[in-house]
Ligand binder design. Structure first.
Ligand code: SIN
Ligand code: FE2
Length: 224
């Protein structure tokens, strides 16, 4: 038998690390394109600025948000939903930059979800102290609540403690430190898993400064 070096599997530290059935962390997967992603983020935010949304219960979120792609996630006193238009400008959300789409599709495939075609990208900006309580991503999938597409979540900037639980709010969570360039993918049996982000610690990232940017890619259903 001859050993072809080029056919060898990637080293263990570069392989998706399973954190639950259907859920994996791809360490450093976005690092090669991190600068391009940040350029895309700044361009999107120039057209659709970050804002602190209000929950249906009337609380202002500590994470500031914006969107790009055909659909964008919003929250207000009326509830959570996807909109084709930015309510701040009444204009369509900025298009999803090509490198966003390419990375999300590649990362999903790497984690076992072929042909992921997100039409929504939520941009989350965390400053020290910001947090995201345990929740499920379940506003996607359109009227038929089709959850066959995974979630792809890209971390840039300051580290975060990511909490990943089960299908019930009360299920035990595991904690994962997410660093600049890490990607988390969850779908299949984990698609509706509860997840959240612990309060962000103070810090200074060499490229992003005192913030963390998270890009969350979803297929949010048809825009009708
Ligand atoms: C989210 O659940 O929308 C964000 C997760 C994260 O910031 O890592
Ligand atoms: Fe989420």
């Amino acid at each position: 038998m001859t050993l072809n070096l080029f056919d060898e599997p990637a080293p263990a530290y570069l392989q998706p690390m399973a954190i639950a059935p259907g859920a994996a962390i791809l360490r450093g997967y976005a690092l090669p394109v991190a600068d391009a992603l940040m350029q895309g983020v700044e361009a999107v935010l120039a057209a659709a600025p970050l804002r602190h949304l209000v929950t249906p219960g009337g609380q202002t979120m500590s994470v500031a948000m914006s969107n790009c792609g055909a659909l964008g996630w919003v929250s207000d006193r009326r509830g959570y939903r996807y909109l084709a238009v930015d309510p701040l400008s009444n204009q369509p959300w900025p298009p999803m930059p090509n490198e966003f789409l390419a990375l999300a599709t590649r990362a999903a495939a790497e984690a076992g979800f072929a042909d992921f075609m997100p039409n929504a990208c939520l941009i989350n900006r965390y400053e020290p102290g910001a947090r995201m309580g345990l929740h499920q991503d379940r506003d996607e999938g359109g009227k038929e609540e089709n959850f066959s597409a995974p979630i792809v979540s890209v971390s840039l900037g300051l580290p975060a403690e990511f909490l990943f639980g089960g299908l019930q709010r009360k299920d035990k969570t595991t904690r994962w430190l997410l660093l600049h360039g890490d990607v988390v993918v969850w779908g299949g049996p984990s698609r509706l898993a509860f997840h959240g982000v612990a309060p962000m610690k103070a810090g200074e990232h060499a490229v992003l400064g005192a913030r963390r940017i998270n890009l969350t890619f979803r297929w949010a259903g048809l825009d009708d």
